[in-house]
Design a protein around this ligand. Structure first.
Ligand SMILES: [Mg+2]
Length: 147
């Protein structure tokens, strides 16, 4: 179990890993969630792209190559489960870290998300500390795995 870090420490650690140069795609049908996630990452000086459903997200992925994707599971048109499948099947995004954003706090969903190819999991509604912590965990793991 990792030691508990403050939000400030995690933000500093993200900065030292160059997150300010990152391109992040956030896909969520809830505009409030998009806005909060976008605000936090823009504040970290990342370049942020947003999409309101999986279809729109996939279209964006034809034009941008994000370092990190935050993906809501429940969405109209194409949901997060269908989108992660396509993300993993496209050569240019197969290795991209993807964090699931979900209101489902069930342990079975967490397990299912790992099996579907997600690299991390953030439960909504997120508070800043949980959101930053989820990204920090995923980025730390990705970095230590040398991706
Ligand atoms: Mg949703």
């Amino acid at each position: 179990m990792a030691e508990k870090r403050s939000t400030k420490e995690m933000l500093q650690a993200l900065q030292s890993q160059g997150v300010q140069d990152w391109v992040v795609l956030i896909v969520d049908d809830d505009p409030d969630n998009l806005e909060l996630a976008c605000f936090i990452l823009t504040w970290q000086q990342a370049t942020v792209h947003t999409a309101l459903d999986g279809q729109e997200g996939l279209e964006l992925l034809q034009k941008i190559k994000p370092n990190l994707i935050l993906l809501d599971l429940s969405m109209p048109n194409l949901d997060g489960w269908a989108m992660i499948e396509q993300i993993r099947n496209m050569p240019h995004t197969a290795q991209t870290p993807v964090i699931a954003l979900t209101a489902h706090a069930m342990e079975t969903d967490r397990y299912r998300a790992e099996n579907a190819g997600f690299d991390g999991y953030i439960t909504k509604p997120f508070r800043i500390s949980g959101f930053v912590g989820g990204i920090y965990d995923c980025v730390s793991r990705t970095m230590s795995a040398g991706v």
